[in-house]
Design a protein around this ligand. Sequence first.
Ligand code: PGA
Length: 251
Amino acid sequence: MYLKPVIAANWKLNHGPTDARAFLQRFLAQSPKQNDRTVIFFPSALTVTTVMDGLKDRPDLWVGVQNVHSEAQGAFTGENSVLMARDIGARVVLVGHSERRHVFGETDAMTTRKMALISQARLIPMLCVGETLEEREGGHTAAVVERQLTAGLAELDDAQVAAIMLAYEPVWAIGTGRTATPEDASEIHGVLRQALASRVGDKVAAGIPILYGGSVNRGNAAQLLAAPDVDGLLVGGASLDADSWASIVRA
Ligand code: PGA
């Protein structure tokens, strides 16, 4: 079982096995075990085994995958499946990351399918939701994240909903250096918490980790983590450097 806060590194299309080995050596040298949080690495699928080998003595450091296909197996050249993710020992799978949605055209219907498959495989899906700048400026943020959440939960039973993780990642904040303020993050996390509560009740909703992501760095991590309703961080760019990531996981 994980502990909150949950602090996750999304390496995206960076760090092959050779880089990952060097990264882990430097990161582990300055990162003793912490008993009050869970840290997750999302390397590229081709780097997962290397990262798992490097972390085998550190049960506090988990490994997940960045994506799986919306079918469990079959003629889908180039894809990775949830069954393979489970087989390799991954524990968490990102679903509906902004780049999947906006660069690769992932639809709400695909996130519905993926959330169901991942839950059935007893891995933890981490559903990512977030609005574009245009949607924010149009006043549609709450409606957009609620729609994405509803789609993600559509095929889950209540026990499966209780086992998910959620990440609020405003699209305009990802990789832009423009971070949501802790107040902005808290406000939308509150909207998501409320939506979860109306599905599974207050008590269960309170237990579901809601991470913030979007230009988190070592300078703003502690402040974001301290904001009400923020249960963790999902970090892209600033997780690529071992020193920077080591300081964020201590935040
Ligand atoms: P960023 O990416 O920290 O580089 O903004 C976050 C993410 O995409 O998960």
